[in-house]
Design a protein around this ligand. Sequence first.
Ligand code: HSE
Length: 426
Amino acid sequence: MTLKIALLGFGTVASGVPIILEKNREKINQLVQKPITISKILVRDESEKKQLKDQGLDYNFVTDINEILFDDDITVVVELIGRIEPARTFITKALENKKHVVSANKDLIALHGNELLAIASKNNVSFYYEAAVAGGIPILRTLSTSLIADKATKLFGVLNGTSNFMLTKMVEEGWTYNKALQTAQELGYAESDPTNDVEGIDAAYKLVILSQFAFGMAIDYQDVTHQGITSITPQDVTYAQTHGYVIKLIGSIEETKSGLAVEVSPSLLPKKHPLAMVNNVMNAVYLNSIGIGESMYYGPGAGQKPTATSVVADLMALSNEIGTKNKAKLFNNYMRPEKIANAEDIQSAYYFSVILLDGNKEMLSNLFKTCHIKLDELSFEKSAQQEELALIKTEVITKNQLEKVKQIFLKSPKFQLCNAFRILGD
Ligand code: HSE
């Protein structure tokens, strides 16, 4: 008896599943109740099917989802198409047809996970998605099993392989933004439309999922503030470097007294921070918790084999659970009421870069004073376009103060605010 599965899609990650099943076959077969076999693979159309067959791939490719949904021999559907539709419909139907589902689709799980989990529960099947967060790092199962006795207080993550790869190459090797993006695409790290990677949206989706596993709260995607890497300038990078920091796209979840503060933004991180060493396509989740204190989970955040390894781990869990339990297992059992932090309770020091259009140092200092923001440092240099550029480091301020000063800059004809990045502590 084998565990028959169907793959939906045969892109970068899906094509890695048979590779992992084959390369690690001996170990996998020793550790599962039923060996895993790929019964069918759903592809887009006849032309993709022909293309794959021409490459010598000898799988049972199908183009009609019903051939999978109504095949009683198939126990698990592995959705690796990505994005919302048709993935949402296919997963819904698979769950309703009592098939367990494995997915790597962070977009869908972040936006519609609660609805899909409810359908899974109603139909007494499991829905696993280890590969949806940080690709090859087994962070979700670690949070829900190994860290079961601990309680997280703060989580920082480098959660998008594409943007981390791009930032690393741009900072360390002087690559242009376009060269870095193109290479990330060629290496299979980026999404087909890389907007979500570079705008912090992909990392924000992952934070929604991490909020459930690490903090037990099913927060809405709309409650995650996000900002990407597109506005970072060479001046920002140099400022960070000369002041003992590195700029990273950091996703953070902090439990404040009023609730969770969840944000993705370019952040200045002390060079000695463990996350500062996370480069190229590597991801990491850095956790502060009551019991363990400080821990970090590091590994490749994207790519064929790492992500497929996480998918296969979910399949192996299912292979060992199916038929042994009356009730399908939940991926995450930690649940408590959702609470989002008040802006007043979200605090950080900030770095600002501001172009002086018609303003001077005194006006600039007064502008910050109006918002009761104390400056730690204020220096001036020429921008790439030879404008007068002020580089500012503030003391710790609240999110309210940040929003207020941003609004004032927006209305001021004297200054142009280029960037405002968080300066993170330990
Ligand atoms: N495009 C994503 C990344 C893939 O670069 O991290 C993994 O989610």
